[in-house]
Design a protein. Structure first.
Length: 165
């Protein structure tokens, strides 16, 4: 049995609001810590709260997705701030309906479906748009930014479901 292994790491674009919030919380934490050091004991609690909030905002503002393809299975992991990894989902290639570029004419028959959209892509439309849409059995639409090697690996298993336009 031949197994194909492809790994693809994609950095998601961080939102401007998250960056502003991160720096605001870090600044507030510094202010509260300075107030606590100057003798205002009540500033410790808000300082701790803003410090913890700044930590979590920092984690979620630096986000990457990793696609792992092995033996007819696509695994998507979320990497937070290059330090924490979370398994997001696992998808079977046999249960995929179609994999095509995001603005492909092959997706015209699927546009009016009421599906749950899950975005695991770079989060922005580039020129040319390199994102792909996957309609998965059970009413899910995935938006991915795979490498050409990953698309070719999936196409070798399911050639009638994968389009590269």
């Amino acid at each position: 049995m031949s197994e194909t292994y492809v790994e693809c790491l994609v950095k998601a674009k961080s939102k401007a609001g998250m960056k502003i919030l991160k720096y605001l919380l870090i600044g507030l934490t510094a202010i509260f810590v300075l107030l606590a050091l100057m003798g205002l004991i009540l500033a410790i609690i808000p300082g701790a709260i803003t410090g913890v909030a700044a930590y979590f905002v920092t984690l979620y503002s630096d986000l990457e997705y990793e696609y792992l393809y092995l033996d007819k299975e696509l695994v998507i992991d979320k990497v937070l701030a290059k330090s924490k990894r979370k398994r997001v989902a696992t998808y079977q290639v046999e249960r995929m309906e179609i994999l095509a570029p995001f603005h492909s004419y092959h997706l015209d028959n699927y546009k009016n479906r009421q599906v749950k959209v899950k975005d695991y892509s770079i989060g922005e439309e580039l020129k040319p748009d390199l994102r792909y849409a996957v309609y998965y059995e059970g009413g899910e639409k995935l938006i991915l930014s795979p490498s050409e090697e990953l698309v070719k690996a999936i196409r070798s298993v399911a050639p009638r479901k994968v389009f590269m336009d």
